[in-house]
Every structure is written in C-alpha cells, then in structure tokens.
Design a binder for this molecule. Structure first.
Ligand code: RIB
Length: 299
C-alpha cells in the first residue's frame, strides 16, 4: 500500500512558443485543464504502477476540485482521506514551450490547510507499506507525519520538491530522499558528485535518489552507488515526470522490488511521461512501461 500525503491542484496549462520573460505578454497556442499537484500526481503514478494507493490532502468545495480529482477517481485511487476545506482548491499556472521546458506558478489554496490530524490515524494504522511526501503542504504537517511514521516503523519517501529552507530538516526524518540535481546541490551546500552522495548517505543513514532529467538517475545507499541511464527521447512536456518517477519508484519497492529494480522501471516510466501533455494524462500504465523496457534501444 502506498499512502501519499500531499498537494492536489488544478493545472492550467498554456502551450507557448517560448517561456515568458519579465514584463512580457505572450499569446498561448492553447490552454488545457488537468489534474495536478505533486501529491496527486505521485499517488496516481503509484496506482498506475499497480499499487494499492491512498491519498491524504485537501480541496475546496468548488469546480476546480472536480477536475483536480477526476483522473484519480477514474484510476481508483482511494480518496477517503481527502478533506473538503473552506479554501479554494490549489491551482498551478503552467507554461510549456516548444522544447518541452516549463515554468510553474502554484497557488496553494486548500493545500495550505492540510494538517496532521487528517493523517494521524491512517499513518498509525499502517502495517507495512510506504508513506510518500513532497513539499507543497505545510512543513509542520510533513514533519509531524514523518515523526509519527518513524515511531510506527513505517518506511518513508520524501521528495524535496519544491525545495525550500525546511528541506534539510525534513530529509533527516525520511528513509529515502528523492531530489533533482538542483535540489540535491542545495541540500548538500553545493557538494555534488558520487563521493558527496555516498558521504551524505553514510552520515545520514539514508538512501538518496538524484534524478538527472535526460541523463537518468543516480542512486546511493550507505553501501553502493549506481547510475541508470534514461531512454533517449524527444520530450514534449516534462511536467509531472519527476512525480511519475516518485510514484513508480515507491510502488515497485512496495511490491518487493530492489532499489535498483525500482529505479530502473521508474526512469522508463518518467521518460514516457515526457512524451505526452499534462502531468496526469501522461503517466503511463505499468504494462506500457514494461513493454517499453522490453524493446531494444536504438543506438
Ligand atoms: O510536479 C508537477 C506539479 O507541480 C504540477 O502538477 C503542478 O500542480 C505543481 O504542483
């Protein structure tokens, strides 16, 4: 069972030729509405990877929530832990250019009201399974959930995204930390590279996963370090690729896979997610990922 505590957004996606500069007004090529939010995307990825998946978070009593939750409902994610609160559903304005690069501005809305009480009984009752967190809900809620998980021996994965001043403190409480290259550099005061990864894992007794976009992923435990290359692709939209990685990685660990096996399948899932528009519609099903893995790579 994968339990995700995290954000739920309505993503408003604008396709643009180039990303906007300060003070610039641009014409969009089109506008679409998708479910989003790092928590929601990650729980959906875990579900599409075949895990039993449950989401804890909050939405408003509004039309945004209907779109934000639509794909989760269709996929069969358990949503009984999603509270309806007196705030608008969170939203994100997302600009994606013709190279697939993006910039995102998030308004937290209801995500800012996610509190520890919403998740305490579920985490206390977890027998096995993995609790997955990111940083689009209040810090105090994440910290309390991580502390409680530790008390109950529940394995935790923290995706330090979006990175902020509290990421280091939260990382100390998680079993596995997933960061992209920029987040990892900030987490370790600019010290990157294999030696720095190994040293950080030894010092903190953690597993560290650093996602590197087109280059794949580097994984370090206290004992070993390895890299997994990503398939060569031409990305259309990278929004949600990191979330796809996190959800797949958690689901594969939960089904008994090794860290290496989990990273391997998650890298391929994330690369497929870059081939389609929108964070949630682009998350592949497990059978699509397995058949992509079975195909020989073109040189
Ligand atoms: O990681 C992508 C997500 O970040 C988007 O779905 C958006 O909602 C923001 O939370």
């Amino acid at each position: 069972m994968i339990v995700v505590l995290g954000s739920i957004n309505l993503d408003i996606r604008f396709g643009v030729e180039t990303l906007p500069l300060a003070g610039e007004t641009l014409h969009a090529r089109g506008r679409s509405y998708f479910g989003g939010g790092k928590g929601a995307n990650q729980v959906l990825a875990a579900k599409r990877a075949g895990a039993e998946a449950r989401l804890f978070g909050a939405v408003g009593d509004d039309d945004f929530a209907k779109i934000a939750l639509r794909e989760l409902v269709e996929a069969g994610v358990t949503l009984s832990g999603v509270a309806v609160v007196a705030e608008e559903t969170g939203s994100a304005n997302i600009y994606v250019d013709c190279l697939g690069e993006n910039c995102i501005v998030v308004a937290a809305g209801a995500n800012g009201l996610v509190n520890f009480e919403m998740v305490v009984s579920a985490v206390s009752a977890m027998q096995g399974g993995i609790l997955v967190l990111q940083q689009e809900i209040p810090f105090a809620t994440n910290r309390a959930a991580l502390e409680l998980a530790r008390l109950h021996g529940v394995k935790t994965i923290l995706n330090v995204s979006p990175f902020d001043a509290t990421s280091a403190e939260l990382s100390r409480l998680a079993d596995i930390v997933i960061a992209n290259e920029h987040e990892w550099a900030r987490l370790n005061d600019g010290q990157v590279g294999h030696d720095a990864m190994r040293e950080w894992c030894r010092r903190n007794d953690k597993i560290l996963v650093v996602t590197k976009g087109a280059e794949g992923v580097a994984v370090s435990t206290a004992k070993e370090l390895f890299e997994i290359a990503a398939p060569a692709i031409r990305p259309l939209d990278t929004v949600g690729a990191g979330d796809t990685f996190c959800g797949y990685f958690a689901a594969e660990l939960d089904r008994g896979g090794s860290i290496r096996e989990a990273a391997k399948i998650a890298v391929v899932a994330a690369s497929i997610a870059c081939l389609r528009a929108g964070a949630q519609p682009s998350i592949p099903l497990r059978h699509e990922v397995l058949s992509a893995m079975a195909k020989p790579q073109s040189p």
